[in-house]
Ligand binder design. Structure first.
Ligand SMILES: [Zn+2]
Length: 129
């Protein structure tokens, strides 16, 4: 899978919701508590899709809910999400397997840099004045 740049996350999500492409880096969460915990942590949007694309043999992909996660000061979509299928299956996905660079932090001054080395997503938090 090609690395997706963070500026393309929203466009990629639209293609997933349209059933054009498979959600990248999928993982089925089978433990019920872990699945609920994952969905509870999805603080972004909840969207509906008529059909998303799964590999052949995975059949319960109709009428799904798609949850997204946000991060940083501006609640940007981090590319992480979860698909809840009509059969109750929870599938986690990630447009980037983030590798956070937090170097240069100055926590006392409220500067918490956090930038992904792969997709360039920046969820740094500056809570200083
Ligand atoms: Zn990333």
């Amino acid at each position: 899978m090609e690395q997706i740049h963070c500026k393309d996350f929203t466009a990629t999500l639209k293609r997933i919701l349209a059933g054009e492409i498979e959600a990248p880096n999928r993982e089925v969460i089978t433990d019920p508590k872990e699945a609920l915990n994952l969905l509870a942590g999805m603080d972004g949007e909840v969207m509906s899709a008529y059909q998303v694309k799964f590999p052949l043999g995975e059949f319960d992909f109709w009428h799904v809910r798609v949850f997204t996660k946000t991060g940083g000061m501006y609640q940007s979509f981090t590319g992480d999400g979860a698909i809840l299928t009509s059969a109750g299956r929870v599938v986690k996905f990630a447009m980037c397997e983030h590798e956070w660079d937090t170097s240069g932090a100055n926590h006392q001054r409220g500067w918490h840099p956090c930038r992904c080395r792969k997709c360039n997503m920046d969820i740094s938090v500056d809570s200083g004045d």
